[in-house]
Design a binder for this molecule. Sequence first.
Ligand code: COA
Length: 230
Amino acid sequence: MTDPPAPCQGDGVDLVDLWPPAGLRVQWDDLELRFLDDDLLLRVAELAGEGVHADDRMPFMTPWTRGTPDEVARGLLRYQWAARAQVEPDDWKLELAVLVGGEVVGVQGAFATRYPVTRSAETGSWLGVRFHSLGIGTRMRLAMLHLLFDGLGAHEATTGAFSDNAASLAVTRKLGYLASGRRRVAREGAVAESLSFAMSVEQWQARPASQRPPVTVTGAEAVAEMLGVA
Ligand SMILES: CC(C)(COP(=O)(O)OP(=O)(O)OC[C@H]1O[C@@H](n2cnc3c(N)ncnc32)[C@H](O)[C@@H]1OP(=O)(O)O)[C@@H](O)C(=O)NCCC(=O)NCCS
C-alpha cells in the first residue's frame, strides 16, 4: 500500500490541524478510505466518467451519472468540492476516496444533519463499474460503519436503495441492517420504490465475528470534535 502524500503545510499552519477531515484514514488490509484531496478527486472524477453502472439502470436519486464522461466528471468535481466544505455539526458530509492496493476504485460517503442531537448518519457509495461484484462494496461499507460507530460516536447508521438495486441491497442485508421503510419516488420521470434501512449501535456492538475485521481508524477524534460530539 502506498503512503498518502504529506498533508499541505503553510508557514506553521497544518491543513489537518485546521481541517481535521483531511487527516481521516480508515484502513483494512489493502482497502483504505481517505480524504478526497484534489489529486484523488481527479482520479475519482476520471473513474466516474468511465462508468458507474449499466446505462439502463439508475441507482441514484439524483441522476449524476448521465452525460458524457467529461460532463459526469465535471459534475462530480462540482459536487465533491461543495461536499468537502460542508463539515459543520448541524450539516455534514464526509466523502472518502476508496482505494484498494493504492488504486482508486470509488467513493464511500456519510452524511448527517443535526448530528449532535440525532447521532444518526446516512451512508452512500459507488464503485467504478469494473470494480463491482468483487466484495469491495461490502468491505467499504463496513469500514465506514467502523468510522461512524467507533470513531464518531454514532448511535445509528442508515442507508437506502431502490428496490431494483440488488447489489446495494445485498450489501445492506449481509451487514445486518433492519428494514425501516419504503416509499414511492420519481426516478427519471417514472415511479420507483425506495427502501430504507437502519442499524443501531447496539446491533453494531452485537455483530458477528465475521464482521469484526482488523479495521484501523485514524484522525477521527479531531473530526468528532469538529462535529460537536467529542
Ligand atoms: C452497490 C455497490 C457499491 C456494491 O458494491 P459491490 O462491490 O458490487 O458489492 P459486493 O461485491 O460487496 O456485494 C454485492 C452483493 O450483491 C450480490 N448481487 C450483485 N448483483 C446481484 C443481482 N443482480 N441479484 C442478486 N444479488 C446480486 C452479490 O452476489 C453480492 O452478494 P454476496 O457477496 O452475498 O454474493 C456497487 O455495485 C456499485 O457501485 N453500484 C453502482 C452504484 C450504486 O448502486 N451505489 C449505491 C446506491 S444506493
